[in-house]
Design a protein around this ligand. Structure first.
Ligand code: FES
Ligand SMILES: [Fe+2]
Length: 373
């Protein structure tokens, strides 16, 4: 179990990471090893944060239905995306309000939703419509018989939802949205053939905190280091729930052609690496976007889905956004070693580089804040 520590204000807190990075110690290592904390994170971190669903290409036509489990190996919440007759996209619970059957098993086209167990019928927005053999039932139907509607946030063609809305989606996403406003995201096409999953034998938080510092690039990613200028590798923090790192090209080739409306106009940007609390990464390259969804499986096992959205296909084999598999395998290898090392009785806490580990420090601060809540 985590050690209680004294915060600057004198309150006893279960987890504590000093706001002053120059004084701070890294978060309690129990975060990466305890089954109890792993389970607790479902409620305290994942249910109340915004999760990436995919693009609206999943439900192109009116009447399209797309069932999916939210974080399949962890929250495993059955949800359903639909596009109703008005063209509105809905995200509803995919669990029948009668006896709990899954309503839609496979992606399909349909004017309404009929449960295959006893025939309960719903509209595409989840509203109860009818039910056989229920004439005698008193006080029926009520709002409880509708499929629960979940909040849905649209960022152009990309869709996000949350199981337990505690925060507006903008608090998590607004800085990225603003920075990339100039980008015609609607031209980005999902490419399942270029997307893949990686299984990493490490805690999800180790994978995320590794992403949030470029400090390791010269040591772990020699190939990438040859392409981007480490000295110019900037970390910009966007409080409260996201961060951005910008990779500047060494050669000036394979960069974004940034319009005057971009705050980075004139810079040789090879990649934008956005992280959104707790588990989302949006990597923009001149060829398009690679979204990484980090999905916990077990304390020491994580699935990372790399979802590819191509824009300028011809640029895919050059620059910082090429050879992503190689970079991924290098990251996997290092975090798997950390997972083994962090259990040691000789390891307790680390410290942060003030210049190079601001993102990791922010991440640890947020873990502590959410777990303490
Ligand atoms: S469980 Fe759906 S109609 Fe019975
Ligand atoms: Fe890395």
């Amino acid at each position: 179990m985590a050690n209680n520590q004294q915060s600057a204000t004198g309150n006893r807190q279960r987890f504590f990471v000093d706001a002053d990075i120059s004084r701070a110690k890294t978060i309690d290592k129990a975060v990466y090893t305890s089954q109890e904390i792993f389970d607790e994170m479902k409620e305290k971190i994942f249910s109340c944060s915004w999760q990436f669903i995919g693009s609206d290409d999943l439900i192109k036509e009116k009447g399209s239905c797309y069932p999916f489990p939210l974080l399949e190996n962890y929250l495993n919440e059955p949800l359903l995306l639909t596009k109703d007759e008005t063209g509105k996209i809905n995200c509803v619970s995919n669990v029948c309000t009668h006896r709990g059957n899954i309503v839609v098993y496979e992606p399909c086209q349909s004017a309404n939703l009929r449960c295959k167990y006893h025939g309960r019928l719903f509209q595409l927005d989840g509203k109860f419509k009818s039910m056989p053999e229920f004439k005698e039932v008193k006080n029926f139907p009520t709002a409880d018989d509708d499929l629960t509607q979940l909040p849905l946030f649209h960022w152009k063609k990309f869709l996000f939802t949350t199981l337990n809305q505690k925060f507006p989606a903008e608090e998590f996403l607004k800085d990225m949205i603003k920075r990339m406003e100039w980008l015609p995201l609607d031209e980005f096409i999902f490419r399942p053939d270029l997307s893949k999953d990686f299984i990493v034998n490490a805690h999800w938080a180790l994978y995320c905190e590794n992403y949030q510092e470029g400090f390791h690039i010269p040591f772990v990613h020699a190939g990438l280091n040859a392409l981007i200028d480490y000295g110019d590798y900037e970390t910009e923090l966007f409080f409260p729930y996201s961060s951005l790192q910008i990779g500047i090209s060494k050669t000036g080739e394979d960069c974004f052609d940034l319009p005057a409306s971009s705050p980075d106009h004139g810079k040789k940007v090879a990649a934008y690496y956005f992280w959104v609390f707790p588990n989302l990464m949006f990597n923009f390259y001149p060829w398009g976007l690679s979204v990484n969804v980090v999905q916990p499986i077990a304390v020491d096992k994580t699935k990372v889905s790399f979802l590819t959205y191509a824009w300028k296909e011809e640029k895919r084999n050059a620059g910082a956004g090429s050879d992503l598999d190689k970079v991924e395998l290098e990251d996997e290898e290092i975090v798997q070693h950390v997972q083994k090392g962090i259990r040691s009785g000789f390891y307790h806490h680390g410290r942060y580089s003030v210049t190079r580990e601001k993102g990791t420090h922010l991440f640890h601060r947020l873990l502590a804040e959410f777990l303490n809540a």
